[in-house]
Ligand binder design. Structure first.
Ligand code: ADP
Length: 610
């Protein structure tokens, strides 16, 4: 059957529509399916099934339904398009603010998050997602929630609704009172207060890595938030929820300065998303915040234990935050156990064990919802998964991956070339298992699969290594290495993927395996931290009920090979079981509905309220 794909790209979220003849292409015969019968790429036709079910065709006609988009009118993208396909006509702002509020808490609290990141406007990794997701979940449970964020120069202001200056005030830094603006705005339905100092802090193209002194900027920000609550607005939230080392000085500033002024009610909760970054600080730098740095240079306060007796000793803002907060949370139960046994902060955490909790992160299912996702050309969900095939084909076409055609001389009569597509969406840092990521390229190529890496490196050497890999592979039919940060493309890749790879050396929680699952990508992960709490191996007979992916333990290439081999074998040789896994991963509830309640319990607990 041959058809001309003519017409408009239709999506309820896309403003423009263009009429063009895109191409003529072969559509496969409807009753064939191809299967690779071994991992050495042999293909044979097996039983009847269609690449594009008639139901999907029907769905495609139902414009405006949550999973139906005018597929017949899709313009298939190509790598030679002037604008990359994930940049085309995308709407500028976030998601619908409404989240289903199944639960209302009886004793609503006022919670202010003080954070360096917030998705989607200032996101570098999972911290941004978690702050937005937890804030939205608590809002929908009836709490009052605000987020306080630096007004980074790189924030695109058009993404913030109702942005207005609310106050001009002064906040202390290094002997001076710095004129500062506070703005109010709404992001994805969540109220945000932006702090903008009149100096160079937070200027630059990116959230991190500007040419100002980052540590001092966050010390300033921590104090400016308290100053705003105490001096400017007399706000007395129940909870000030701080995150990571960047806001680790806030608990010190609160208990040793602001609590002695009029800020009496708040209690402080610190969430540690990653212990690797601990906010190394000198006494002199801490003194710039108005605290006396040397007071904190003791083992029971903020000194970095490893530097005791050295000249000079150093402080750690994260350690200070642990000691001075009412409760400390880390982002998965397994990471909590790991951090009590390893790393230099273990002794501090053990001393503070009675207020240290492990609460698994959730994902923001408003933002990460394949049935409504504004970044997807075709929507789908666990009930109507057909749209996923179109997303895969769309991405294959857009990236110039083999999508239809021949391999080993065989024609593949399927809209989606029957090679499993594996994605890895990550910051390219050693934590994420860089040697395993680069090894996966080779392994997946040998197995006859496809792989897309969407990664951003902050280290020049790592960037260069991956640039070399990109040069080597990006012209071929099966591997793409894209060295950038792109929220839009990440959504499309999760939707397109058959598998999501997370080979981390350690992983406090990990969101990509959870997001992947929601988008019907089966996780292949290393057993560590939150990955161990969320992914359970298909071949582990003792835990079959929970089985939802492929897990390996070693950090060696052989362990990864074995997990990928098994995953590919299921994909190709056990289609029924594969479809079963697909359905199961899409149904797993990793939403904040599940875990926000644990934070609320903590906000209400005696250890925090005392
Ligand atoms: P971490 O917080 O250590 O970076 P997580 O798995 O907790 O890792 O969260 C990663 C988040 O950042 C996910 O939302 C993922 O989609 C996103 N992400 C990571 N790298 C990129 C990238 N290069 N482009 C777009 N999104 C990315």
């Amino acid at each position: 059957m041959e058809c001309a794909v003519v017409g408009k790209f239709f999506s309820p979220f896309f403003s423009s529509s263009r009429s063009v003849v895109v191409e003529k292409r072969k559509l496969p015969s409807l009753h064939k399916k191809i299967k690779f019968c071994s991992s050495k790429f042999k293909m044979k036709a097996i039983q009847a099934e269609t690449h594009l079910s008639q139901e999907a065709e029907l769905q495609a006609e139902k414009r405006g339904s949550s999973t139906g988009v005018g597929v017949g009118e899709l313009i298939w993208p190509s790598p030679s398009d002037g604008t990359p396909f994930w940049k085309k006509d995308f709407p500028s702002s976030g998601v619908s603010p409404e989240a289903p509020a199944d639960v209302k808490d009886s004793d609503p609290k006022h919670i202010i998050h003080v954070t360096a990141e917030m998705a989607p406007i200032a996101k570098v990794g999972g911290l941004g997602d978690v702050v937005t997701g937890l804030a939205r979940a608590c809002l929908s449970r009836g709490h009052t929630v605000d987020i306080m964020l630096p007004f980074y120069e790189c924030i695109q202001k058009q993404h913030v609704k109702d942005l207005t200056v609310i106050t001009k005030y002064n906040s202390y830094h290094d002997g001076n009172w710095v004129p500062t603006n506070a703005y109010r705005g709404v992001v994805s339905g969540i109220p945000v207060i932006f702090i903008e100092p009149s100096n160079q802090f937070f200027k630059g193209q990116y959230v991190y890595g500007g040419s100002f002194n980052e540590l001092e900027a966050y010390l300033f920000f921590s104090r400016a938030c308290l100053e705003w609550m105490q001096q400017v607005t007399s706000t007395q939230p129940d909870i000030i929820h701080v995150h990571e080392w960047q806001t680790g000085a806030l608990p010190l500033l609160y208990w040793d300065i602001y609590h002695h002024l009029s800020l009496k009610k708040p209690r402080i909760v610190l969430t540690i998303h990653n212990m690797e970054h601990y906010g190394e600080c000198s006494k002199e730098q801490l003194s710039k915040s108005g605290l006396e740095g040397s007071v904190y240079a003791s083992i029971d306060k903020a000194v970095d234990d490893r530097t005791i007796g050295h000249n000079p000793e150093r402080l750690s803002l994260l350690k200070g935050g642990i000691v001075y907060s009412n409760a400390v949370v880390t982002v998965s139960p397994t990471y909590l156990k790991e951090t009590l046994c390893t790393g230099w902060l273990a002794s501090t955490l053990l001393r503070n064990r009675d207020k240290y909790y492990g609460i698994l992160n959730g994902i923001d299912t408003t933002m990460w919802n394949p049935a409504t996702d504004i970044f997807l050309p075709v929507k789908f969900n666990d009930q109507k998964p057909e749209g996923k095939k179109f997303c895969k084909y769309y991405v294959q076409r857009g990236l110039g991956l083999a999508s239809e055609g021949t391999q080993d001389g065989n024609h593949v009569p399927d809209i989606t070339y029957k090679a499993p597509l594996v994605v890895c969406i990550t910051r390219l840092v050693p934590q994420k298992g860089l040697h395993l990521i680069s090894h996966a390229i080779k392994c997946i190529e040998e197995l006859g699969g496809q792989m897309v890496i969407l990664g951003k490196a902050s280290d020049v050497q790592v960037e260069t290594e991956f640039e070399c890999l990109a040069k080597l592979h990006n012209q071929g039919p099966c591997i793409r290495i894209l060295l950038m940060f792109s929220e839009e493309l990440s959504h499309m890749l999760y939707a397109a993927a058959d598998m999501v790879l997370v080979p981390s050396i350690y992983e406090p929680c990990g969101l990509t395996q959870m997001i992947g699952m929601r988008y019907g990508a089966v996780p292949v992960v290393r057993k560590t931290g939150g990955l161990a709490d969320t992914v359970f191996d298909m071949d582990d007979q003792s835990n079959h009920n929970r089985a939802n992916g492929f897990v390996f333990e070693g950090i060696d290439e052989g362990s990864l090979n074995c997990a990928l081999d098994r995953a590919f074998m299921y994909y190709r040789e056990k289609p029924d079981e594969w479809n079963g896994i697909l359905k199961k991963v899409m149904e797993v509830d990793n939403s904040w509905n599940n875990t926000a309640g644990k934070y609320v319990e903590l906000y209400n607990s005696k250890s925090v309220r005392l």
